[in-house]
Design a protein around this ligand. Structure first.
Ligand code: MG
Length: 243
């Protein structure tokens, strides 16, 4: 068995984890969009987002409802308003410094491509594809990605098996044993990928909030200390396959 594809999580994996004040992101938007009720709107958006992630967590990804636009709509934000776009820019600007790719990402993608591997992304996200692709393009990664699967476009999220199958199918890979999945969450990424038969590679440096973690005794197939270490795992597995 060889490795045909490497599929990456995004937050905390391709982009290093930053501890974010999740209400501040919404305040950045709300104070432009509705200055008369900025604190109230920011709080409502924060709570709606928290609820979205909680449902996904508590259903193990079976319910992953709520893309960003639905959250805004449910909180009474008129996205067709003339000043929406300029206010929303503040939300995106808030995120900008927290979306930069790990410095290992570009050399790793280049090396994987040179070895003929397919590269996929599977992200639990409420953001539309366009935001992610903009971030990847900015950092020179987009052209290397054969398939990006964003759960804002799926009825499920990680760790649900269908999310991983969607990533494989988008890449045109049929055998999960030919896939490495690289992620920073033991439950969503490692348990999820292993449950469909992929190899789970754990990058353990994200400082997640306690409430975001699901307790589990899953053991990763590999644990790495930096993103670039993925290449050595691929090399070893391929050597084994051809030995
Ligand atoms: Mg992550």
């Amino acid at each position: 068995m060889t490795i045909a594809a490497v599929i990456f999580d995004w937050g905390g994996t391709l982009t290093p984890w930053h501890k974010i004040d999740l209400s501040a992101q919404w305040y950045a938007f709300a104070q432009e969009f509705a200055p008369e009720n900025a604190a109230g709107l920011a709080q409502a958006l924060f709570e709606a987002e928290e609820a979205r992630w909680r449902v996904q967590r508590e259903t193990s990804g079976a319910e992953s409802t709520g893309a960003l636009s639905a959250i805004l709509e449910n909180c009474g934000v008129d996205q067709s308003a003339a000043h929406f776009e300029s206010a929303f820019r503040h939300y995106l600007d808030f995120w900008e410094p927290h979306t930069l790719a790990d410095p290992d990402a570009l050399p790793l993608f280049t090396a994987l491509k040179e070895r003929g591997l397919k590269i996929g992304v599977l992200s639990n996200t409420m953001w539309p594809r366009a935001f992610h692709e903009e971030v990847f393009a900015r950092d020179g990664l987009l052209e290397f990605i054969d398939a990006g699967v964003y759960t804002s476009e799926l009825p499920v999220g990680k760790p649900h098996a269908d999310a991983f199958r969607a990533a494989m199918s988008a890449l045109g890979v049929e055998n999960p044993a030919e896939c490495l999945f690289v992620g920073d969450r033991i439950w969503d990424d490692i348990h999820g990928s292993q449950s469909v038969g992929m190899h789970g590679v754990f990058l353990p440096h994200s400082d997640h909030r306690e409430i975001e973690l699901v307790e589990t005794n899953v053991t990763p197939d590999f644990t790495i200390q930096r993103l670039g270490d993925v290449f050595e795992i691929v090399r070893q597995l391929q050597k084994r396959a051809f030995a």
